[in-house]
Design a binder for this molecule. Structure first.
Ligand SMILES: [Zn+2]
Ligand SMILES: [Zn+2]
Length: 718
């Protein structure tokens, strides 16, 4: 039999390594590092399997003709290698070369990227453009975990061809986003630039615009909010030396007079127990995690932003510890092998005794939620033990996922909820209590459940007890709460804009662009201005309903109810007149944007805290020669050489908070997929000086100041 050579395209290098190992008969594939790009050769019976990987997307949408980066509107586009579009992707040229070379040796091709729209598209573009049109004959490998067992079984049950409906939906999404983003963002940026007040990258997009509008709308509600006063009654009773808070029957009292009357009527009174009721409440286990509920639980318990949770989950997935996290399913189908996973979990010391309590003798059955996903089940642990020491955040997330999984298989919990009514005619007060009768799933999901148990004094109808304290308290109605990254993500999901894979990233972009700030999200003046401009000149662009309609068109491509070319044509018909109208009003728009963009840019770069040597203003500077960023002094021309080092990666901004140790103004760094860091450049500098590796960028003194330094033009560029 002739030997077959198969080429498998994976999405990430770690995935390639794992797949190559699973498919090699000795679990020891041959690794090569041609041009620094890792590829593998696995042996399997009569077959040689070449495994290579992408690095995310290697191809992207770009304008067909090479018109300048600042030109618009652009309507003609093409898919091109990313390294030809973006200088930062230069290293991808070698990846494509290496993959092309492997492809020429192969006679069978498999797309093994993540099984979803993005993965299908990444594999498709590589097979089509780097592998000489191999997309036509390629097969699809589908799996939800990276365990050896699942990978082998996926390899033995390949899809006969690429999942073209997914590919088409993915292409359309990228093309639409590009058309929107490029045209609108260039228009905003350039219209402001033409006002000659310096450069700031401004952007909006198909999903970005409506998302920012949620925040801006909330900001305006908060700004316009008028608090209305009301009164509540605060009262307690005491029994056997224990004090219990009472609830007055009327939660909010609208006038002071009425509240004072209640206090007057009841002060020092003896309350009589009128009734005591209790009822039992069964509570079902929580549903298995889909990505967004995982993101919101991780935010609630650990404070991780959605994008950070996704990055952590992705790492756990690549190490075969959990299943594919980009899922919207709350279901766990039996074929994932419940018992085997539970057995695996019970081999991990900290869960041994808990896991052994689950379903002895009965076949396990999870409590499942209504949401489904055709491609993947809910997020679940594989039951494998970590092969290395996990970082604390990784361990936290894995613990949350394991406990949630076990909880889904546990019994309902039973809680008794009681209410005692006390009277002093015509007034009624309540004492509320609650206790757990049967823990059920709560035992497995601890410490991620809140214990709101509240014991009640032993009282029966007719008993009397004295009111120990009563007073009226004035309160005010509160404005709606600000979004946080987790609730904003949920809002996007509820309004059906963006996808589970992209929502977290969109929120990060809004931060990096300087449109939103803080964890309790505030819209900046720049965001308010941009949204008000878009609202005035092209309300459709930021209308969530319009974007949601496009999202469902793209779902319809996937279900073959419409086609990519129809959706594109429809969108262009709408977008063209919008753009022409905006271009006609460019000067007007630019003058409204330039001022606020400039003042925000300068604010983000300038410190209030003066130079300790000459009292001039301190600024974030980028060295024109080395490209390095540092804090420099505006007194440079007068001879002041004060500098402080800065982190070189991520988006920087000067905050309005100050170092507790030295009083210096803190700088915030945002990096994709990481926690944002707020740090003191001065304390950092002192530390590194002591440690003997001072890293302040040196400014060559022989250089004239003006050419040696250039103010970092934009911090909101990414
Ligand atoms: Zn100075
Ligand atoms: Zn400090």
């Amino acid at each position: 039999m002739e030997e077959v050579t198969t080429l498998i395209v994976c999405e990430k290098p770690d995935a390639a390594a794992r797949i190559a190992r699973a498919l090699d008969e000795d679990g020891d594939p041959r690794r090569s590092d041609a041009q620094g790009i890792p590829t593998y050769e696995s042996r399997n019976k009569q077959e040689s399997i070449l495994v290579c990987s992408a690095l995310g997307h290697l191809y992207a949408v770009d304008s067909k003709t090479r018109s300048g980066r600042r030109f618009y509107p652009v309507w003609d586009f093409d898919w091109k290698p990313k390294h030809l579009i973006d200088k930062k992707s230069a290293r991808l040229a070698r990846w494509i070369q290496v993959i092309s070379l492997l492809a020429s040796k192969a006679d069978r091709y498999i797309n093994s990227c993540d099984f979803d729209i993005e993965g299908s598209l990444i594999g498709y573009t590589i097979l089509r453009y780097a592998c000489h049109g191999a997309d036509m004959k390629a097969q699809r490998m589908k799996f939800s975990t990276m365990t050896d067992k699942d990978l082998k079984s996926a390899y033995n049950t390949l899809g006969p061809q690429l999942d073209l409906p997914l590919v088409e939906a993915g292409r359309t999404r990228h093309e639409l986003d590009w058309l929107y983003g490029i045209n609108l963002s260039r228009l905003l940026t350039e219209s402001a630039v033409k006002q000659n007040r310096g450069y700031t990258t401004l952007s909006t997009g198909r999903v970005q615009g409506p998302t920012l509008k949620f925040v801006v709308d909330r900001e305006e509600e908060i700004l316009c909010f008028t608090p209305i006063p009301f009164w509540t009654i605060e009262a307690t009773v005491t029994k056997n030396d224990r004090t219990y808070p009472l609830e007055y029957a009327k939660e909010k009292i609208s006038t002071l007079a009425e509240a004072e009357q209640v206090v007057k009527d009841c002060k020092g009174a003896l309350l009589e127990v009128e009734s005591a009721e209790s009822r039992n409440i069964q509570q079902s286990p929580p549903y298995p995690f889909d990505l967004s509920s995982l993101q919101s639980e991780a935010y609630r318990h650990f404070g991780y932003t959605p994008s950070r949770t996704l990055a952590l989950a992705e790492r756990l997935y690549l190490e075969a510890l959990i299943s594919y996290p980009r899922t919207s399913s709350q279901k766990l189908p039996p074929d994932i092998g419940y018992s085997e996973i539970l057995r695996g979990i019970s081999n991990i010391a900290q869960y041994r005794s808990l896991a052994s309590k689950l379903a002895v003798g009965v076949p396990p059955r999870p409590n499942q939620g209504p949401k489904a996903d055709p491609a993947h089940p809910a997020v679940y642990p594989t039951g494998e033990s970590p092969k290395r020491t996990l970082t604390q955040p990784e361990a936290n997330l894995l613990d949350l996922i394991i406990r949630r999984f076990m909880a889904a298989f546990a019994e309902t919990s039973l809680r008794e909820s009681s209410r005692i009514t006390l009277k002093r005619d015509p007034h009624r007060f309540f004492l509320r209590g609650s206790r757990i009768l049967r823990e059920g799933w709560i035992e497995f999901y601890k410490p991620y459940t809140s214990d709101d148990s509240q014991t009640l004094p032993d009282l029966k109808v007719g008993d009397k007890l004295p009111l120990t304290k009563i007073q009226a308290a004035q309160k005010f109605t509160e404005p709606p709460p600000r979004y946080n990254p987790s609730s904003l993500l949920r809002k996007m999901e509820d309004e059906n804009i963006g996808t589970k894979a992209t929502r977290a990233e969109i929120i990060e972009i809004l931060y990096r662009r300087g449109y939103i700030k803080n964890i309790r999200i505030e819209a900046t003046p720049l965001a308010l201005r941009i949204i008000s401009i878009l609202n005035k000149y092209c309300p459709q662009i930021i209308d969530p309903a319009f974007t949601a309609k496009l999202e469902s068109s793209m779902d319809h491509i996937q279900s073959l109810q419409t086609t990519r070319s129809l959706v594109l044509a429809e969108t262009l018909d709408r977008l063209r007149p919008i753009m022409l109208n905006l271009i006609a009003r460019e000067d007007e728009i630019g003058s409204q944007l330039a001022e606020v963009a400039t003042s925000q840019r300068i604010a983000a770069l300038t410190f209030d805290y003066p130079c300790p040597q000459c009292r001039s203003k301190l600024k974030i500077i980028r060295s024109r020669t080395s490209g390095k960023r540092f804090i420099g002094c505006a007194g440079y021309e007068k001879g002041c050489r004060f500098t402080l080092p800065l982190p070189q990666f991520g988006t920087l901004s000067v905050t309005r908070t100050y170092c507790k140790l030295c009083g210096f103004q803190l700088v915030q760094t945002r990096t994709k997929g990481r926690r944002s860091l707020t740090s003191c450049a001065r304390c950092y500098s002192n530390k590194t000086k002591k440690a003997g590796f001072m890293s302040t960028p040196t400014i060559s003194t022989s250089q004239p100041a003006t050419s040696g330094l250039v103010e970092a033009t934009s911090l909101v560029k990414d």
